[in-house]
Design a protein around this ligand. Sequence first.
Ligand SMILES: Cc1cc2nc3c(=O)[nH]c(=O)nc-3n(C[C@H](O)[C@H](O)[C@H](O)COP(=O)(O)O)c2cc1C
Length: 404
Amino acid sequence: MKHVVLGVSGGIAAYKACEIVGLLKKSGCSVDVILTENAERFVSRLTFETLSGNRTVVDTFERPAVYEVEHIALAKKADVFLIAPATANVIGKIANGIADDMLTTTVMAARCVKVICPAMNTAMYENPIVQQNLDKLKGLGYVVIEPAEGLLACGDTGKGRLAAVSDIAASVAKLLEKKVGCSEKKSDYSEKKVLVTAGATRETIDGVRFISNYSSGKMGVALAEAAADRGAAVTLVAAFVKDGTKNPNIKVIPVKTTSEMYGAVLNETPNQDVIIKAAAPADYRVKTTFENKIKEKELTLTFEKNPDIAAAVGKIKTAKQALVIFNAETENLIENARKKLKSKNADMVVANDVTREGAGFEVDTNIVTILTNSGSVYDYPRLPKREVADIILDRLSELLGESW
Ligand SMILES: Cc1cc2nc3c(=O)[nH]c(=O)nc-3n(C[C@H](O)[C@H](O)[C@H](O)COP(=O)(O)O)c2cc1C
């Protein structure tokens, strides 16, 4: 049986943790709850013991009936360690290596994936100290489920409400599936047609030169292979991908320039259910190209805008088609990703800060944040690109839900 340790800290949203226990149990997990002393002021231990069917712990030094060092035993047992709600205090303690109560000591001892669900007043949440602590935890591989915006218990309106309990339970279920059921073969994309773009287009300067970018196409190839493994009929529009796919069932359309990619994607779009734009097409092309090698001493090139493939697909896609776009940024990741999601009429944007080590171009791993048009934001730690691909497909089939 899959096992979740749920840490509850002393915020007003502690009562929502009761519902999380119920949802996790319903999905077939066993749940052990650890409360901070302050959490117990909000909801009693008895409530969690009754809902979980397990003893709930608060005190590191309390001796259990069966002798074991309890924080170590719980840490070893956990497949996922969820902290919901996570107060500013508990986030600060974990980020700074403080282990002075049962919850933070057990977190310190746990090797499993840890999921933090912050919930607090907006000013507290936006405090740079809290943000730095969260960034530090994300960098260390903690999964942070961002709080939602809305009316807070204190009467303020803004970001800080605990994320929807159903989203939290679903994220934990996905992580458990990855961990425990990774050998299970999914076929949730069977009968679906998925088009993926990959690689970096090249724009000619002269007979021997071009401009391009660092994209290797690895993320797009991983997506194409993951979709094919899950039963989809996959078309890969590939611009100079480094290691192409070895899957013979994937139809590959090779392209060179952004205009060629534009033509291929728009030509195929009417036949597809899902269009995933993982390529990095050059935004600009050289206005006047030269047939022969340029030998001038000085050279001035003028660039003109290439067609915007994502925007064009977003314009023509029907309600039954889904568009997933990628957004590589070097600053203001979430803000820019949100804008892009809207302006391109996309269903999902996969944002990555390419300045972070282990993210973006040429490497085999990626660190992504997924934003959906339903307003959800999911942060993931550094993962192999193939795992990121499966997570993107999981999120997409969840998003499309019933209509899928
Ligand atoms: C009524 C009330 C509501 C609170 N709600 C929150 C909250 O939502 N988030 C938070 O970070 N702190 C909240 N606090 C402050 C925490 O309880 C306080 O920082 C405490 O030290 C947290 O302890 P813990 O992290 O060990 O549970 C609240 C305090 C009170 C009295």
